[in-house]
Structure formats: C-alpha cells, structure tokens
Write a protein that binds this ligand. Sequence first.
Ligand SMILES: *[C@@H]1O[C@H](CO)[C@@H](O)[C@H](O)[C@H]1NC(C)=O
Ligand SMILES: *[C@@H]1O[C@H](CO)[C@@H](O)[C@H](O)[C@H]1NC(C)=O
Ligand SMILES: *[C@@H]1O[C@H](CO)[C@@H](O)[C@H](O)[C@H]1NC(C)=O
Ligand SMILES: *[C@@H]1O[C@H](CO)[C@@H](O)[C@H](O)[C@H]1NC(C)=O
Ligand SMILES: *[C@@H]1O[C@H](CO)[C@@H](O)[C@H](O)[C@H]1NC(C)=O
Ligand SMILES: *[C@@H]1O[C@H](CO)[C@@H](O)[C@H](O)[C@H]1NC(C)=O
Ligand SMILES: *[C@@H]1O[C@H](CO)[C@@H](O)[C@H](O)[C@H]1NC(C)=O
Ligand SMILES: *[C@@H]1O[C@H](CO)[C@@H](O)[C@H](O)[C@H]1NC(C)=O
Ligand SMILES: *[C@@H]1O[C@H](CO)[C@@H](O)[C@H](O)[C@H]1NC(C)=O
Ligand SMILES: *[C@@H]1O[C@H](CO)[C@@H](O)[C@H](O)[C@H]1NC(C)=O
Ligand SMILES: *[C@@H]1O[C@H](CO)[C@@H](O)[C@H](O)[C@H]1NC(C)=O
Ligand SMILES: *[C@@H]1O[C@H](CO)[C@@H](O)[C@H](O)[C@H]1NC(C)=O
Length: 726
Amino acid sequence: MKHLHLVGLLLLSCTCPLLCAAQREAAALVRWKASLDGAADRSLGPWSMANSTRLCRWRYITCDSAGHLTELNLGGATLNGTLDELNFSAFPHMEELTLSRNDLYGTIPAGIGNLTSLVVLRILDNPSLRGAIPRTIGQLKHLAVLELDCLGLGGSLPEEIGNLTSLENLNLNLVVLTGSIPPTIGMLVKLRVLDLENNNLTGSIPMEIGNMTEVQYMHFQDNYLEGDLPGTISHLINLRELDVSGNQLGGHILLEFRNSSLLNMVDIAKNNFSGMFPPSVCIGGALRFLDARYNGFTGIRHQTFQNCTTLQYVDFTANNIVAELRECFSDHPKWLSTVAFSQNQLYGTLLTDQGEDLLCNLTSLSLLDLSSNALHGDLPKCFWDLPNLGLVDLSSNSFSGVVPFSRTCQENLNYLLLANNHFRGTFPLSLKKCINLVALDLGGNSFSGTIPSWASMSLPKLNFLRLSSNMFGGIIPQEILQFRLLRVLDLSRNKLTGSVPDDFTNLTAMAQEQESPGIIYADPDFFGKRIHIVWKNVNYAYSLQISAVAGIDLSGNSLSQEIPKGLTTLLGLRYLNLSGNHLSGCIPEDIGNLVLLESLDLSGNQLSGEIPPSLSALKSISVLNFSSNGLSGRIPTGSQLQVLDDPSIYSNNPGLCGFPLEDCINSSTPAQSETSLDEDREALWVYCFVAAGFIFGFWLYWASSFFAARPGGVHSTSMWTTCNPR
Ligand SMILES: *[C@@H]1O[C@H](CO)[C@@H](O)[C@H](O)[C@H]1NC(C)=O
Ligand SMILES: *[C@@H]1O[C@H](CO)[C@@H](O)[C@H](O)[C@H]1NC(C)=O
Ligand SMILES: *[C@@H]1O[C@H](CO)[C@@H](O)[C@H](O)[C@H]1NC(C)=O
Ligand SMILES: *[C@@H]1O[C@H](CO)[C@@H](O)[C@H](O)[C@H]1NC(C)=O
Ligand SMILES: *[C@@H]1O[C@H](CO)[C@@H](O)[C@H](O)[C@H]1NC(C)=O
Ligand SMILES: *[C@@H]1O[C@H](CO)[C@@H](O)[C@H](O)[C@H]1NC(C)=O
Ligand SMILES: *[C@@H]1O[C@H](CO)[C@@H](O)[C@H](O)[C@H]1NC(C)=O
Ligand SMILES: *[C@@H]1O[C@H](CO)[C@@H](O)[C@H](O)[C@H]1NC(C)=O
Ligand SMILES: *[C@@H]1O[C@H](CO)[C@@H](O)[C@H](O)[C@H]1NC(C)=O
Ligand SMILES: *[C@@H]1O[C@H](CO)[C@@H](O)[C@H](O)[C@H]1NC(C)=O
Ligand SMILES: *[C@@H]1O[C@H](CO)[C@@H](O)[C@H](O)[C@H]1NC(C)=O
Ligand SMILES: *[C@@H]1O[C@H](CO)[C@@H](O)[C@H](O)[C@H]1NC(C)=O
C-alpha cells in the first residue's frame, strides 16, 4: 500500500512529459508486481517506485534512447500470478513482450490489444493460462511475431487474426485451439511460419491459405482437420515444409508441385487420403522427406520417383498400394536412405526388369522396410554389402531360398528381421561378422540344422533373438547363455532336444529389472522400430529402443530333464514359457524369486512333486499354466494366486488339490478315486491334443512397422518449440 501512495505522489509531481511517461510505466509495473505471488519480490528485485527514475536499469527491461520502455522480457522469471493487474495501456512504446516459462494463470486480458507498438509477443509454456486468445489481438497492427505455444487456453482462433497483416511468424502450438481455421488467415500475406500443430482444430483447411505466398513452413499436424488438401497450396512458391499429418483429411490429392522448387518436406501421414499418389511430388526438385504412412493410397504411378533426385526418406507404410515393387523403385536415386513400404500389397521380387538386383545400387540405403507385402524370390547377395544399411525388415512376405553367404557384414546392420517367409537352410553363416546386430528374427521360416555355438560370441550386442517356428534341431548350446545383453530369447516350436542349459551367470540383461516398462501399447506414432508380439494373448508392440521386457520361450520342443534351478536367478524375467516339452523333476523351489513374472507356462511336461509354496510370491502373475503334468499336493495360496481361479490351469495333474480345484482331503476316500478316474480320462484327451500339435505359446505372430527419426536437417529445429515437462 505504501508504495501505491508514492505512485500517486510521483505522478502528481511529474512535470516533464518524458519523466511522466516513465513514471506511468514504472507505476504500472510496480502495481502488477504487487499482485503477484510473494516470490516475485526475489526475481523482480529492484522494481519499486523508490527506483522509478531509473526504470531503464531495472531488471528485464530495455529502453530506447529516449527512455521509453521498449522491451519487457520476463522469460523464465518464475512469476506466479495473473495478468489482470497489468495496465497494458501504460506502455505505448513497448515493441517486445516475452512472458514465456512462468506460472501465469488466469486469462490473457483483452487489454493486451492496447500495446499498440508491439512487434513481438511471446507467451510460451504457461500451462495454467486459460480462456481464449482475445479478439483485441487484431489491434496489434505492427505485430510480426506471435508465439503462444504450450498454454492451457481453448477457444477458437479469432477471425481478427487476419488483421495482423505485418505478421511473419504465427506459432500456436498446443494452445489448445478449437473450432475451425478462419479464412481471414489468408490475409497474412507476409507470413513465413504458420504453426497450428497440436490443437483441436476442426473443419477444413481454408483455400485462402493459398494467398500467403511468403509462407515457408506450414504445420497443421495433429488436429482434427477434415476435407481435402486445398489445391491453392500449389501457389505457395516459397513453401519448404508442409505437415498435415495426424488429421482426418481425405480424398485424392490434386496438388500441382511444378512451382514448389523449395519444398523439401511433405508429411501427410495418418490421414485418409486415397487414390493414386500424386506423381509430380518431386517435380520441384528439392524433396528430401516424404511421409505418407497410414492412409488409403491405392497406387503409385510408374516413375513417380523418377525425378526425386534429392529424396532421402520415403514412407508408405500401411496403405493399400497394389504395385510391383520395381515400379516403386525404378530409376531410384542412389542417395535414397530410407524406404518403408510395409503393410501394402506390393508384389514382385528384388530384381529389376533386366534381372539385376534392385537393391545393389542403393548404396545410401539405411532402412529397408518391406514387411507385410506379397514379395517373393531370393534375397540378393548385395544386401550384405550396402554400407549404410541399419535395418532390414522383410518379414511377412513370401521370400524364399537360402540367405546368401557373404564373408562380410556391414557394421551398421542393427536389425535383421526376416520372419514369416519361406527361407531355408542353416542358421546364416554370414551373421558371424554382424557384430553390431541388436535384433535378429528368423521366426516362422524353414531354417534347419543346429543353433551354432558361435552365435553369442559373434553377436555380442544382441538384445532380441527369435528363432521360433523353424526346424532347428539338436541341443541348445550352452553358449546361448553367453548373450550378455539378451532380453528376449525365443526358440519355441522347433525340434530342439537335450536339457535346458543351466549356468545363467552371464545372461546379465535378464538378471535385473529393466528400467522402463518396455511394452508399449500398439501406437503407430511411436518413434523407433517396434516388433509386434503376442503376449498373454494380447497384441503388443515391443520397442527395441526402450524395451525392458525380458522373457524366455522354449515351448514346443523336445527338451528333457529338469528345469535348471539357475533360471530363478533371472530376476528381470517377465515371462517364461517351457510348455510342451518333456521336462521332468520338480519345479524349482525358488520360482518365487522371479517376482516380476507376469506369465508362467510349464504345461504339457512331466513335472512332478509339489508346487513350491514360493509361487505365492509372484505378485504380478496374470497368466499361469501348470496343466498336464504329474504335479501333486496342495496348490499354494496367495493374494494373486486367488485371482487365478480358472481350474483348467492346474488340470490334468492327478495329484493336485486345493483352490481352485477341489479341497484337499487328508485320507483317501472312494470319492477321490472317482475324481482321479475322471482326471485320467481328461489326461488322455489332453495327451492326444498335445500330440496333435501344441498351439500354446506367446509368440505366434508378428508384423512390424518402422518410423525412424526424421533426417535431422529437414526441420529447422530452432523454429519449433517443445513444451518443457514440468
Ligand atoms: C534500485 O535499483 C538498484 C539497481 O538498479 C538496486 O541495486 C537497488 O537495490 C534498488 N533499490 C531499491 C530500493 O530497490
Ligand atoms: C502460485 O501461487 C498460488 C497462490 O499463492 C499457489 O497456490 C500456487 O501453488 C503457486 N504456484 C506455483 C507453481 O508456485
Ligand atoms: C492505465 O494507463 C493509462 C495510461 O497511462 C491510464 O490512462 C489509465 O488510467 C490506467 N488505468 C489504470 C486502471 O490504472
Ligand atoms: C484498453 O483495452 C481495453 C479492452 O480492450 C479497452 O476497453 C480500453 O479502452 C483500452 N484503454 C486504452 C487506454 O486504450
Ligand atoms: C482437445 O481434444 C482432446 C482429445 O480429444 C481432449 O481431451 C481435450 O479436452 C480437448 N481440449 C479442448 C480445449 O477442447
Ligand atoms: C479486423 O477484423 C475484423 C474481422 O475480420 C474486421 O471486421 C475488421 O474490420 C478488422 N479491423 C481492421 C481495423 O482491419
Ligand atoms: C484469397 O484467396 C481466395 C480463395 O483462394 C481468393 O478468392 C481471393 O481472391 C484471395 N484474396 C486475395 C486478396 O488475393
Ligand atoms: C506456377 O507459376 C507460373 C508462373 O508464375 C504460373 O503461371 C502458374 O499458374 C503457377 N502454377 C501454379 C499451379 O500455381
Ligand atoms: C476414408 O475415406 C473413404 C473413401 O476413400 C471413406 O469411405 C471413409 O469413410 C473415410 N474414413 C474416414 C474415417 O473418414
Ligand atoms: C521428370 O522430369 C522429366 C523432365 O523434366 C519430365 O519429362 C517427366 O515428366 C518427369 N517425370 C515425372 C514423373 O514427373
Ligand atoms: C547400377 O549402377 C550401374 C552403374 O552405375 C548401372 O549400370 C546399373 O544399371 C544399375 N543397376 C540398377 C538396377 O539400377
Ligand atoms: C561368463 O563369461 C566369462 C567371460 O567371457 C567366462 O570366462 C565365463 O566362463 C562365463 N561363464 C559361464 C558360466 O559361461
């Protein structure tokens, strides 16, 4: 209160107009400061009327030579309060106002329209600000930069935005705007950056945007926009980036790219576009990045990529493209570094018309994802020689033959995913040199022979190894336990014999809990290679980048002898499947040590003895199967075990009793022998079932999709803000 009196006195006593203006500015600031949370005293320190004559030396303030306040930059000043008490009319000379990264709440007052000289307005990252963008914003005639990212606003973009005819940068990322984009936006003819991403905008993209001929970056991604992509975009001769991904746009794309000589990035992924992909997309001559994933395109015209001499990344994952592979690739530029056509209906082979290997000239290729198509034929030998190739995913096609032999393996090869094809022959010897391989999936083929003992030595970085559903035979080599980084080992449904190897000390990645949960619900937006797995009867996307799930599946083989006790030292295990083998002896007493275990299947073996009481320590177990063994005694009890009340998970073990089976009876009675007769019949039935081909197992199916991080150079990163997590 005291300094408010002082304000009055000073204002009364001021005679010189300049001093007067400065006093008014100081008074307005001091008054606002008083409305803020007490902590503002610390950050705004010297802001006081006692110091008002030295306003231009106050912290956060810049003046012009005439002593007028021109800039107020309070970015990161940790202010907590509202803007209600800030008298914007007191700053007729203010050109720049920055309020970013504070804890402002309340609304943006209409009075902000009184900052008539304002050129730059930045209010980023104040998530508690509510309300809407005030219509008076349209009064800021000189405004060139308007950045309102990461606020908690709502409301629609006012049509008065069209009055800001000096505007060059409009960044309204995550504001969160609702309603439609006003057609008046087309009046912003000086605009260079239009960023409306991450809002709840609906309606169509107005065709008036074609009037913004200076625009270079146009970002509409992640809204609810619908309708066509306006053809007027063809007029934007300065356009460099167009991103409309993650909307509900549709129809055929009828854009003409003849005048788009600067366009280097087009992202139309995750919409509902259909028909033929526009063949002229590259005609401007600068396109580097093209992402058309998750749409309904049905075709690509022959030679669409003929003039794409600068193209590096192409992704058509999950469309309905019916085309011969070589049509998509013909005249491919040799600097193409990424290519994803997963989940389409491509057919043909990896050969050209002339019978040459299609891939061999793509020396820049770093990603090749052709999974889930209808391709056939052999794998060309040269794929081992492509120096930049980091990921090869050819799974779920009809490729066949023997994986060609090579003495070399390029050091960039991290992911080799060949599952669900008709490959045959032995475990590929060429892998011996692939020292950087992280994931190897040969599942669902016709590979045979033994699992080589050199594998763990040669592939020291392997995280993920799946050889399931092949015809691998012989014993599991002891060396399989030397993969120090291995988190997923799936050898299920082969013809493996002998015992389960038993010294687990070097399987270190499975011995501890991994940091992140690892299994991500299927999310097409997730960056990074994911392998779809079926786990606990649900489809999951297993991310190799942040995966943490550790598991072992040896089911459906002919393994015998006891379950090695050392398995219980793999404390990171979340699933263990040893079902459908000939394992005998007891369940390891310390099975309860595997506290992270969510799924445990030991069914269809010859295990005997009692179920160890420690089982009740498995607090996370949700899938359990002990059926069809020779187990006996009382089923342990425990909180999570009481939830698993389906008796079939213990069925066909003649000697088991207790919940969820029948109560245990101490002395033998006639009733009991009747039960065991029943159970014998059931056992016979289950035995036939097992013999007919065991279909349990978690890893039945996989398909994959890929989205590598975008090429760094495409986005001018400084231009886009990201919200700081608080
Ligand atoms: C006035 O401002 C100066 C710095 O410009 C500061 O050192 C001084 O403490 C301030 N005085 C008051 C009373 O805030
Ligand atoms: C801001 O101040 C209010 C009231 O003093 C308080 O409840 C709130 O926790 C503060 N917020 C932050 C982020 O400090
Ligand atoms: C705000 O500042 C203007 C200009 O200095 C002045 O005319 C007006 O009275 C002030 N309003 C308030 C509420 O102080
Ligand atoms: C400031 O803005 C408010 C709200 O738009 C308006 O009512 C008021 O007249 C303006 N004051 C001045 C001094 O321009
Ligand atoms: C925006 O959409 C999301 C998801 O539909 C919804 O949760 C959110 O409440 C919406 N926000 C506003 C401001 O409408
Ligand atoms: C500002 O925009 C509104 C709505 O678009 C319009 O009616 C008004 O005439 C414009 N004002 C000025 C000063 O251009
Ligand atoms: C803006 O675009 C619309 C539709 O494309 C057009 O009819 C109108 O003439 C354009 N306005 C100006 C000023 O160019
Ligand atoms: C491309 O530019 C030429 C010359 O400026 C112009 O005549 C033509 O209409 C433009 N084409 C499109 C599709 O905008
Ligand atoms: C996607 O487009 C097709 C026509 O190509 C239409 O039948 C379908 O309803 C659209 N889907 C959505 C979700 O808009
Ligand atoms: C590629 O460029 C040539 C020469 O400019 C042109 O004749 C041809 O039509 C272009 N192809 C495509 C698919 O745009
Ligand atoms: C690969 O490049 C060689 C030499 O540049 C060329 O002769 C050959 O036709 C190319 N092969 C393919 C499939 O493009
Ligand atoms: C574990 O690895 C070390 C180092 O390679 C080796 O000496 C040791 O024999 C391995 N232990 C087992 C049980 O295989």
